[in-house]
Design a protein around this ligand. Structure first.
Ligand code: G3H
Length: 528
């Protein structure tokens, strides 16, 4: 396939052989094995992958060094970072984000090359992450303001704050290598934890322009950045039992394997965002044009590689014909191209084996009675498989059960809304749902059930995580803990407090500490 010429500012003019990693405040040089980073996007007409550079393949020794550095920085809660004044932690974060902002163009360029995200969405991912950091700072100030007081109950004074948990291992996903990774790392850091962070399998080089900002913004050992394979690096770290929080957005296979290797199960807190199979339910009185538009965005934004993507559509049988015609027409009109092309929605898949995986789902469904409804469905290029609208789907098919995380859209019809409700109740997942309709007498009782099956019901709109101030979580196997700007601060901290019986002896001590500002914890100062 012939692509448009690559704009000069997005061309890969030199490869990045990245050979540093951050441990204990030092950007160390790695001379050992490395792994080449390719993009499935070609720079020439021969469709060959583009070499972007390489990253270190660190080994167990470096993983242990990172763990030791993080443990020393936390120092059982005695470290500079966990005991630091709130205002000082905030100024480290502000220093980081102001440097991060200067790297926008580089990061956006590599988001496009490494994971194939289109220009607009790549810019959005960067900007949203910067906003997330500022919002986190604001919410942390609010948390601190709320805590700047003493409570008194039954003759006991209490000064209650949220304190850090310890050492956090952060592992983000390839589809949001910047945003989702930072949505774990930033709240973990600001609450006073020490961190070890390893980028996902794809979307790694885009983080390298930020290494120096991490190095010079935080005290030594507070942020440690490793490159390499999860099995080589993360597993040995977990086996030590020294990790207090596993923060992972990705697949449950990795989360389970890592959790299982931790020897102290009760010590380990987990913050997980895992698989989902969000359905759309289109009722007979739905505004079909709106439902089609939202289902296109829900199923195919970033080629369906979003945990919040709509991964199965339930269409009422009375409107199926109209929905099908309009939906397939729009799917076939979506523009496929490279991420920097104008108005492009469908872009190359970054995982080399993804087109074959999607093809297998299609073949399996077809062998069990489904057909591809749209004319372009299943057409292949070297790095893509055009979205297939598959119908009718039943429970014998793999595409019904598996989180496809790619461009294939299974459709089921229903006559009674109880059918999708039963399927959702039976499903292992429970993140979100989209429901399309108008009749409030139908919608109201339906919503009352749906909110107990998932954690976000999207009325006449596709599923999504944002805005990031809203809670992002899931029931059943889809998530553990809640993330949002505010909830993440809670997820990475614990309530801890100082209690004192109300007597003049204690009052004098507390007053003296407050007046002389001797403690960073006991403080009623307000941050504005
Ligand atoms: O991959 C899952 C993301 O959290 C989805 O976020 O809904 O903003 O695309 P989004």
């Amino acid at each position: 396939m012939k692509f448009n010429p690559i704009p000069d500012n997005f061309k890969i003019k030199h490869i990045i052989n990245h050979n540093t990693y951050l441990i204990n405040g030092e950007l160390k040089h790695w001379n050992g094995a490395s792994s080449k980073v390719y993009s499935t996007i070609s720079s020439s007409d021969d469709n060959s992958p583009t070499l972007l550079g390489s990253i270190p393949l660190l080994e167990k020794d470096q993983a242990m060094e990172a763990l030791d550095a993080a443990s020393a920085a936390y120092d059982n809660g005695k470290g500079e970072w966990p005991t630091m004044k709130v205002i000082d932690r905030i100024s480290c974060m502000e220093k980081f984000v102001s440097q991060m902002k200067t790297k926008r163009d580089e990061v956006v360029k590599y988001l496009m090359w490494e994971i194939g995200k289109n220009l607009q969405d790549s810019q959005k991912e960067f900007d949203r992450t910067v906003d997330y950091i500022y919002d986190t700072i604001d919410d942390y100030k609010q948390l601190d303001r709320n805590a700047a007081k003493f409570h008194k109950h039954s003759g006991v004074y209490a000064h209650i704050r949220r304190g850090p948990l310890g050492v956090v291992l952060c592992l983000g996903p390839y589809n949001y290598p910047l945003n989702e990774t930072f949505a774990l790392l930033i709240p973990a850091l600001i609450m006073g934890n020490a961190t070890i962070f390893k980028p996902a399998k794809l979307g790694v080089l885009l983080l390298t322009p930020l290494m120096e900002a991490f190095q010079n913004s935080f005290p030594s050992g507070v942020v440690n950045i490793l490159f390499g394979r999860g099995r080589t690096l993360a597993s040995p770290i977990m086996e030590t039992g020294k990790i207090d929080v596993l923060a992972l957005i990705g697949h449950s296979n990795s989360a389970n394997a890592l959790q299982n290797t931790h020897p102290k199960k009760n010590r380990l807190r987990i913050v997980l965002g895992l698989e989902a199979k969000n359905p759309a339910i289109v009722l007979p009185d739905a505004d079909i044009n709106l439902a089609v538009k939202e289902c296109i965005a829900g199923t195919l934004s970033f080629n369906g590689q979003r945990c919040t993507a709509l991964k199965i559509l339930y269409i009422h049988e009375n409107i199926f014909d109209e929905f099908k015609t309009k939906f397939c027409n729009q799917v076939d009109n979506l523009k496929f191209g490279n991420p920097w092309d104008d108005d492009v929605m469908l872009t190359p898949l970054p995982e080399v084996d993804k087109p074959a995986y999607i093809q297998n789902l299609i073949d399996d469904a077809k062998s069990k009675g489904a057909s591809i409804l749209n004319s372009k469905g299943g057409k292949r290029t070297h790095n893509y498989i055009y979205p297939s609208v598959l119908y009718p789907i039943d429970k014998t098919m793999n595409v019904y059960h598996e989180e496809q995380f790619g461009p294939v859209i299974p459709i089921m019809t229903f006559s009674d809304v109880q059918k999708p409700l039963d399927d959702m109740a039976e499903s292992s997942y429970g993140q979100q749902v989209s429901v399309f309709g108008r009749d409030t007498k139908v919608l109201a009782p339906l919503i009352d059930v749906l909110v107990n099956l998932v954690c976000r019901v999207n009325l006449n709109s596709s599923c999504q995580r944002g805005p990031d101030v809203f809670p992002f979580t899931g029931r059943k196997d889809s998530a553990f803990s809640t993330l949002s700007v505010r909830d993440a601060l809670r997820s990475f901290s614990i309530r801890t407090f100082v209690a004192a019986k109300d007597n003049s002896y204690n009052s004098d001590i507390l007053k003296e500490m407050l007046a002389e500002k001797q403690s960073n914890f006991i403080s009623t100062d307000y941050l504005l």
